[in-house]
Design a protein around this ligand. Sequence first.
Ligand code: SF4
Length: 230
Amino acid sequence: MNIQKKMKTLNQAIDAWQREYKEQGGRLFCGRGCSNCCTLYVRITGVEALHIAGQLTPEQSGKLKLHVDKMKLHAGGSASMTDFLHRARFKVGPCPFLDPDGACGIYQCRPFACRGMLSTRPAEWCGADFSLLHPLEKEAYRSGLDREVVAWPTHYVEATQYMAEAQEGDVVAWMTESWGFRLVGSLGYLVWLVRESEAMSDLSDMAGAAEFFAEKGREFPYLLTLDRGC
Ligand code: SF4
């Protein structure tokens, strides 16, 4: 699996979409240092986790450990996936790979999901806690969205998210074929586990790797899913 090639293909498709959207008068608000969406839960595949795990600096690894400890704490104490997603965003804090200046610290190998997120609203909306908004504010927000463009009821572009999901789908199919299982999970946790797993270090024992991740998935089902695809 040439993950870099797939990331390049996705970038080209997203660039083309953005060019056309802007030519038609559309406006996007994403840029370097604008990082409010980096508090959202990011789902990645095992292949992306392997790619990212191989690129981390010692400082990023240290931040990752702290992040994973907090994620596990809140995943274990959450009453539902919805509860967990809210805690992950507002109690765990931003992505461990976010640099202090608000730039992505793993920009070249960032996940498909991050590449597909384009905002049609200014950054403050990407960091808003909608559970705290007055119903009238929510209504005003929703009525201002372009339903032809966004993944309703969010203000993020739908087409580019589909493009990212299509690449992710190819990777998931490849995992099933080559590894014998599908592995997806939270960005921080999956990168951490891939580094911890001896079986993933040389991909020589995929049955052992499947057992390792299945056990972790049973322990923290909100953070990881392993599916043997049969
Ligand atoms: S990987 Fe980069 S773009 Fe994605 S959430 Fe983390 S800091 Fe943000």
